[in-house]
Design a protein around this ligand. Structure first.
Ligand SMILES: [Zn+2]
Ligand SMILES: [Zn+2]
Length: 158
């Protein structure tokens, strides 16, 4: 339902007097009941004039539709963060610091980022998925190369 005065805003309740949908800007709470501003003035105008009334503009929870978007962007940030971490681990491993640990950890992070990105294609662009995918693959490939080198090294000594 939309607000009867603001057709673009979602109604947060219904006026007890006229039954119209009202948004946060229009809603007035009097004695735990919601009224539109006009009716709040009309119905309680006299009381208001007499003594300090308990009229407060309602501060209602922000539009419900915003919540999933916030979660989606937080999720997106964490996945892209995982993917960047995978890339960084890949580079650290290439430089020569603990290659198996870096590539292994990078592979796990990259793979986890990739699966989350492919599971949420409405949130991630094709480019994000590719970046996550290459991050995971690069670590997998480097781990493979490292393993082959180790096998070579060991066979050279034996
Ligand atoms: Zn009303
Ligand atoms: Zn309104």
């Amino acid at each position: 339902m939309k607000c009867f005065k603001h057709p673009k805003l979602d109604a947060v309740g219904v006026c007890k007097e006229c039954g119209e949908g009202i948004c946060t800007k229009c809603a007035v709470e009097i004695g735990k009941k919601l009224y539109c501003k006009d009716d709040a003035d009309k119905v309680f105008g006299e009381k208001k004039a007499q003594a300090a009334p308990a009229v407060t503009t309602v501060t209602v929870t922000p539009a419900v539709t915003k919540a999933p978007q916030k979660n989606a962007s937080a999720m997106k940030n964490s996945v892209l963060g995982q993917s960047s971490a995978a890339w960084i681990l890949c580079i650290i491993g290439l430089v020569g610091a603990f290659p198996p640990i870096c590539f292994g950890l990078g592979l796990i992070l990259g793979y986890s980022a990739l699966t989350k990105a492919t599971d949420n294609l409405d949130v991630f662009s094709q480019r994000d998925v590719i970046v996550c995918g290459i991050g995971a693959l690069a670590n997998l490939a480097l781990l493979g190369v490292w393993a082959f080198q180790m096998v070579d090294l060991i066979s050279a000594f034996s």
